[in-house]
Design a protein. Structure first.
Length: 245
């Protein structure tokens, strides 16, 4: 798919209309499920770890489960990881064949009221799970790819995500996962890359498109922005007004 336009920073911008592919039921790749499960257990497991899985009941194109690792004293946050996005290879540009397989992750505060069943009891609490699943299926619905530095707005024009001030997401490296977690081998020998989902304010999305992802790095580093969802975190792209943010 060719980009319809380019951002001021020179990066391609793709616009997607309605999905044209018919619904394609799948039940999941058992071998892949085992590989991802073993990987999560290796890095997050242990006697004191509580890991549950939000199983997908009806799956389209790929079977997306979401693992939920409970908080502990050393890692005081929930950690969510998809399993199934890498069931199919993404459609990547020439030269990016090593980027065809991916899974997604993000972190939630320890007091986040996650639904026990993994079903959307309350959208203000469920939206992180929904976004992981929507993003994980997206490249397979539209024959495209998701990679580090790719961003996606919540609609066109962007609207607030649930009851937050965020209006889109950005994929970057996971900072809160254990060292070594970022990659695992797919059963076919390809590398599965784990990308973290960062929430962006509208001004941060605009800055990223205008200058580039790297323009966010100083503010993110200064204010400790990671893949942990913080509803009231500092907007690193908002300019000072009369000496105040």
């Amino acid at each position: 798919m060719e980009p319809e336009s380019f951002s001021e920073s020179g990066n391609p911008i793709y616009h997607y209309g309605g999905r044209e592919k018919p619904f394609e039921p799948v039940t999941g790749d058992g071998t892949l499920i085992e590989v991802v499960d073993d990987h999560i257990q290796k890095y997050f497991g242990g006697e004191e770890r509580d890991i549950r899985v939000f199983h997908e009941i009806v799956s389209d194109l790929v079977h997306i489960d979401v693992y939920c690792v409970a908080p502990t004293k050393d890692r005081p946050w929930y950690y969510l990881v998809t399993s199934g996005m890498s069931e199919r290879a993404m459609t990547v540009p020439k030269g990016a064949e090593a980027c065809r397989r991916a899974e997604l992750c993000l972190a939630l505060p320890p007091d986040w009221p996650l639904p026990l069943s993994g079903l959307p009891d309350d959208e203000s609490h469920f939206w992180p799970v929904r976004w992981l699943k929507v993003l994980a299926r997206f490249p397979h619905e539209f024959d495209t790819w998701l990679w580090w530095g790719h961003s996606m707005p919540n609609g066109d024009p962007p609207e607030p995500i649930a009851d937050t001030g965020f209006a889109g997401v950005l994929l970057m490296s996971p900072l809160l996962a254990p060292e070594g977690f970022q990659e695992v081998l797919h059963p076919d020998g390809e590398t599965i890359h784990f990308h973290a989902m960062y929430l962006l304010y509208p001004e941060e999305m605009e800055l990223k498109l205008r200058i580039g992802t790297e323009a966010l790095f100083p503010g993110f580093a200064k204010h400790g922005v990671t893949e942990l969802v913080q509803r009231s975190r500092r907007n690193v792209a908002r300019k000072k007004i009369l000496g105040l943010f």
